[in-house]
Ligand binder design. Structure first.
Ligand SMILES: NC(=O)c1ccc[n+]([C@@H]2O[C@H](COP(=O)([O-])OP(=O)(O)OC[C@H]3O[C@@H](n4cnc5c(N)ncnc54)[C@H](O)[C@@H]3O)[C@@H](O)[C@H]2O)c1
Length: 391
């Protein structure tokens, strides 16, 4: 059995996404499972080096996760350029989960060093910048990819399976409801649970730039291409408290409401809000209504109701509702094991780099998400429908 090492520079790994999803649940999990098995002859084993600005935080992560994964600390350094130049060993992949506004600079450095590039979304807050970066990596002939994790959520995989097996018949509409209450940090003993930059446009924050990137690839891949959209955003909470304990002004949209019209006429609505209290099955629920059946997906579970099981309600507000609407749905079974969505995509990207396996999630695909967000902001500003032109 051949073991093929793949070196990965993991930048911005001290952040929320970098630590939890990419280091702990993806790379460490892959190492702990014994690498990525290729047939019966080969194992691909990732070897990360952690990079970022804060040496102490990197050291803690490198020791904790390195010992957990392979019994010794991972390498780490604050010298990103040195890591790219090979000063600490040979690393083929550069991964970036730093802040959105830092992404372009790091990608440019990685392109100059000739690395395969994988990064968090979005690559930029403007479509023109996202396209420029995508072209930069393509022109340099470098393998590249963007995180599109939601595609591997069990909920969306089950919806796709239902669609492909014809359960819905003709899909009429899709309703997505996303979000939860993110504390402002202003109330006693109620600290905020997300980074403060999320609420400042000048730091790359905002609901549309954050979530429309996801909605773009989810809609395109599960339901079909988006033709046009109309959107409205709002800064619901004017002030929040940051990590240092200071009060700051919210300058970005913390809720966004959009209707996406697909090329085949399907209407897809998504409400996205950090200022909503959850009374639904999950933090994201998506209802799909078709003429032969409907489904409601959460992150993992999906329930369905076929045409034959559909109750016949009669409008009568003078009596209590006689139908238990929740009881008329059946859970879709877990017929396969669903691994962590980020980990599945990491394994695919590593196979793409090492084995040249096919890969659909390029930086240019990521640019389409930035485009949808930017068009959402244009629609909001101009109060009108806008068309999505091919990039
Ligand atoms: N795929 C998803 O579902 C998802 C979810 C949330 C966030 N994100 C994206 O991931 C990225 C990080 O978000 P987060 O929530 O982890 O934020 P975060 O604030 O927790 O982490 C940002 C990280 O970047 C680092 N950083 C900032 N400036 C840097 C610099 N100049 N050099 C090196 N490192 C620097 C910070 O120290 C921190 O480690 C964002 O682009 C965000 O849009 C993706």
């Amino acid at each position: 059995m051949e073991t093929r090492r793949i070196g990965i520079i993991m930048n911005g790994v001290t952040g929320r996404m970098g630590t939890n999803q990419h280091l702990a649940r993806s790379i460490v999990a892959i190492i702990k499972q014994g690498g990525i098995k290729v047939g019966n002859d080969m194992i691909i084993m990732p070897e990360p080096i952690l990079t970022g600005r804060r040496e102490h935080a990197l050291k803690d992560l490198a020791e904790h996760y390195g010992n957990d994964a392979c019994g010794e600390a991972f390498k780490y350094t604050t010298d990103v350029q040195g890591a790219l130049d090979g000063a600490y060993g040979d690393y083929e992949i550069f991964f970036d989960a730093s802040g959105t506004l830092q992404r372009a600079g790091f990608i440019e450095m990685a392109v100059a060093a000739g690395k395969a590039i994988y990064c968090e979304k979005p690559t930029a807050t403007k479509t023109a910048d996202a396209i420029r970066l995508a072209k930069l990596v393509d022109d340099a002939g470098l393998k590249n990819g963007i995180v599109q994790d939601k595609l591997w959520l069990p909920g969306f995989r089950k919806l796709k399976m239902l669609k492909e097996t014809g359960f819905f018949g003709r899909i009429l509409s899709v309703k997505g409801d996303f979000g939860y209450w993110v504390f402002s940090g202003l109330d006693v003993d109620q600290p905020a649970q997300r980074p403060s930059w999320n609420y400042r446009t000048e730091d790359g924050g905002g609901m549309m730039i954050d979530m429309f990137c996801h909605w773009r690839y989810v809609i395109d891949n599960v339901f079909g291409p988006v033709k046009s959209l109309v959107a409205w955003g709002s800064t619901d909470l004017p002030e929040r408290r940051n990590e240092a304990g200071d009060v700051f002004k919210g300058t970005a949209d913390d809720s966004a409401y959009a209707m996406f019209l697909l090329e085949d006429g399907t209407m897809v609505q998504f409400n996205s809000s950090w200022c909503t209290r959850v009374r639904r099955d999950d933090l994201l629920t998506v209802q799909v209504d078709g003429d032969k059946g409907s489904a409601v997906a959460g992150l993992r579970d999906v329930v369905v109701q076929s045409a034959a099981e559909t109750p016949k309600p009669v409008w009568n507000p003078d009596i209590s509702q006689p139908i238990d609407f929740h009881a008329g749905w059946t859970k879709v079974p877990n017929n396969i094991e669903y691994d962590n969505a980020f980990k599945i995509q990491w394994e695919q990207f590593i196979r793409h780099v090492v084995l040249d396996a096919s890969w659909d999630y390029s930086l240019m695909e990521g640019a389409k998400g930035v485009q949808l967000a930017e068009l959402g902001m244009q629609s909001w500003r101009e109060k009108k429908w806008v068309d999505v032109t091919p990039l």
